[in-house]
Design a protein around this ligand. Sequence first.
Ligand code: GUN
Length: 297
Amino acid sequence: MTEIIDGEAVASEIRDDLTDAIETLTAEGTRPGLATVLMGDDPASETYVNMKQRDCEEVGIEGIHVDVDGDAPPEELYETIADLNDDPEVHGYIVQAPVPDHVEYREVIRRVDPAKDVDGFHPENVGRLVAGDARFRPCTPHGVQKLLEAADVETEGKDVTIVGRSDIVGKPLANLLIQKAEDGNATVTVCHSRTEGLEEKTKAADVVVAACGVPELIDGSMLSEGAVVIDVGVNRVDADTEKGYELVGDVEFESATENASAITPVPGGVGPMTRAMLLYNTVTAASEQTGIDVELP
Ligand code: GUN
C-alpha cells in the first residue's frame, strides 16, 4: 500500500501553530503583515495570490494585495516595491512570478528589502541559505522538508534525486538537503532538461522530488520499489471538465503508486505546504523586525 501524504493536513497543523504565534505578536502590538504583488493578469497567478490572501485572513495576518498593470513600465513595479520596503506594517511581501516579459524578475528581486523577502529569493538570502545561515527558507523547498518530516522520512544518508533546477525549487532544495542538519545530510542528484539517463537517476533514489513543470514526466517504471515521491508540479492540461482543464503533477500518479511507498497528490500535496511556509516566513519576519520572540512550528 502506498501512503498518500496529505499536504492539506500537515499545512493545517502548521497554520494552527502559526496562529498562536500571530496572536502573541498581535497582543504585543504587532500584527504581522504580508503583501502580495501581482503584475498582469495571469489566471493561475491570480488564483495563487487569492489563496495566499485567504490564508492570511484565516491565521490573523494582515493581508495586503497590490495589482500592477501588466503593460506598465517596470518603474511602476519598482515604485510599489519601494513603498512596501518603507511600510512598517508590511513585514514581508512577494512579487508573484512570472512577471510580464518586459520586466526582468532578477532586477525586481534585487530591489526587495532582504529583511522582507519572504520568498527568500534576494541574492543576499540565497547566499545566506547556501552558507547554511538561512534567513528565510524558500517556501516550496521548506514545505517539502516539512512534508518529509511529517511522513517520517529521514533524509540523512539517503539518495535524493531532484528533477528540476529552478531558482525557486530545485536549486534551494538541493542546497538545503545537503546541509549538515537533521533535515539534510542527504546525497543529492539534481537532474534537468539536458540530463542523460534520467531514469537511471530516478531509479537509484530513495526519494524523488519532481519539480520540472513537465506534466507526468515521471512514471512508475522510473522509480525503485519503496521510493518516496514528492510531486511539486502543478500543470494545467486540457480536459473535458467545467473549467476546460485539470491539474496534474510532474509524476504519473497511478503508475507511481505501483512502486512508491509514499507519494504526494496533486492537488493537495506540496501546494498547501508552500502557502503555509509563506505564512511561516511572514511570522519570522515580523518577529525579527520587532524583536518579539515567538515559537515556530
Ligand atoms: N510563482 C511560482 N511559485 C512562486 C513562489 O514561490 N513565489 C513567487 N513570488 N512566485 C511564484
